[in-house]
Design a protein around this ligand. Structure first.
Ligand code: SF4
Ligand code: SF4
Length: 198
């Protein structure tokens, strides 16, 4: 009863709430490159951190539109965690519900407020979401990400995978050097304590 008496006043709360809409032309959202974007929460292209993604397949399994398939990237085997496959999104089927990003266990998959829905070539809408490779490659999205056509996948991913391999090898070398240094220091300490005892 009390609720129904106060109910008409609940609407007044909206007078002081921040609106969900953007006041164009007074408000603008831009990415770091200055490109104008829709609202921050707009669901556009997917971006995926290929290094963090583990190829688990959850995103494809949850998608009710069968918009996600996977591409095998054998070069990733042993270089990154999980399976060497990564999601490919077909924007001819996707409805931007965001379920795939919700279930992603590594949180590598995200939707960003950037889009392009007009093109004569249907392959434009099949993309692998990936981190930034080189500036000017494909479509720039917010921060360090871009999307490119599946047709260019191996050519463009090549450099990125080489970079991951190089990084991992450097890390390995660094760890081995640190281990060797620690071993040498331990041996020195042992020698010193032996000398002191004798
Ligand atoms: S946003 Fe929704 S429809 Fe699009 S790929 Fe993800 S789960 Fe499928
Ligand atoms: S994007 Fe996420 S859910 Fe999809 S395969 Fe990669 S880790 Fe799994």
């Amino acid at each position: 009863m009390g609720g129904s008496v106060t109910k008409p006043f609940h609407a007044l709360v909206h007078l002081v709430r921040k609106p969900h809409t953007v006041k164009i032309p007074y408000e603008k959202h831009t990415d770091m490159l200055g490109t104008e974007l829709p609202t921050e929460r707009y669901r556009g292209y997917h971006v995926n951190d290929i290094e963090a993604c583990i190829g688990c397949g959850f995103c494809g399994r949850i998608c009710m539109n069968a918009a996600i398939t996977y591409v095998e990237i054998p070069e990733l085997k042993g270089v990154t965690k999980g399976l060497p496959k990564r999601p490919v999104v077909d924007y001819g089927r996707c409805c931007f519900c965001g379920l795939c990003t919700d279930v992603c266990p590594t949180k590598s998959l995200k939707l960003v407020p950037k889009y392009n829905y007009v093109d004569e070539d249907k392959n434009t809408f099949k993309v692998i979401a990936s981190p930034l490779l080189k500036k000017n490659d494909g479509v720039k999205i917010s921060r360090d990400y871009l999307v490119f056509s599946i047709d260019d996948l191996h050519e463009k991913l090549g450099d990125y995978i080489d970079e991951i391999i190089r990084k991992k090898e450097e890390e390995k070398k660094k760890k081995a050097a640190e281990k060797a240094k620690a071993k040498k220091e331990n041996a020195k300490e042992e020698d010193k304590s032996k000398q002191e005892k004798s």
